[in-house]
Ligand binder design. Structure first.
Ligand SMILES: C[S@@+](CC[C@H](N)C(=O)[O-])C[C@H]1O[C@@H](n2cnc3c(N)ncnc32)[C@H](O)[C@@H]1O
Length: 155
């Protein structure tokens, strides 16, 4: 195996890195000690929740077309508009437009979250747009800083 570790050892290492990295980004590490025993107890809840879950790793367009039907509900959480560079993946201007196109054609319902900006407000102006504010705990846990987001729905 990888570096002579078993799959179980690798899984434990991965869990440790996720739990101890800043916002679970696996790259930068936080200051606070974590109770990993507590965290590992939480894993059994996670495993129960995931029992009836299918995880796909495919482009949103294929995924939406695959699962769309009357009664389907999609929650989409794309990279923020204008801050795509913060993600390890590529998400282009075209992808934002393509997402809009795909969501406009579905039989089911969607809930979409974005950062609050003019471009997205304009793109989705035909839908219900709800403004929300959340505290940006990943940027500063100890300051009450508000971050404006949009929740957009087709119902
Ligand atoms: C804001 S994050 C979503 C975070 C997620 N809600 C969570 O809690 O972990 C945006 C995600 O979009 C994914 N993404 C990027 N391009 C995509 C594509 N073409 N199709 C589907 N997902 C994509 C990225 O991998 C990234 O994880």
């Amino acid at each position: 195996g990888y570096r002579g570790e078993t799959d179980i050892q690798r899984a434990a290492d991965y869990f440790f890195i996720i739990k101890n990295s800043y916002g679970a980004n696996c790259r930068t590490f936080g200051l606070l000690a974590k109770d990993l025993i507590k965290a590992s107890e939480y894993l059994s809840q996670v495993s129960l929740r995931l029992k009836k879950t299918i995880i796909e790793n495919i482009d949103f367009e294929r995924l939406v077309k695959l699962y769309d039907r009357t009664g389907a509900l999609f929650y989409a959480d794309p990279p923020y508009y204008g801050s795509e560079k913060n993600y390890t993946c590529e998400f282009s201007q075209d992808d934002h437009l393509r997402l809009h196109q795909v969501l406009s054609e579905i039989k089911g319902r969607f809930i979409l979250s974005y950062n609050d900006c003019e471009y997205i407000r304009d793109l989705y102006k035909c839908y219900r747009i709800i403004e929300i504010e959340r505290s940006n705990s990943l940027i500063n846990k100890f300051k009450v800083e508000k971050y404006k987001e949009l929740v957009i729905k087709n119902f």
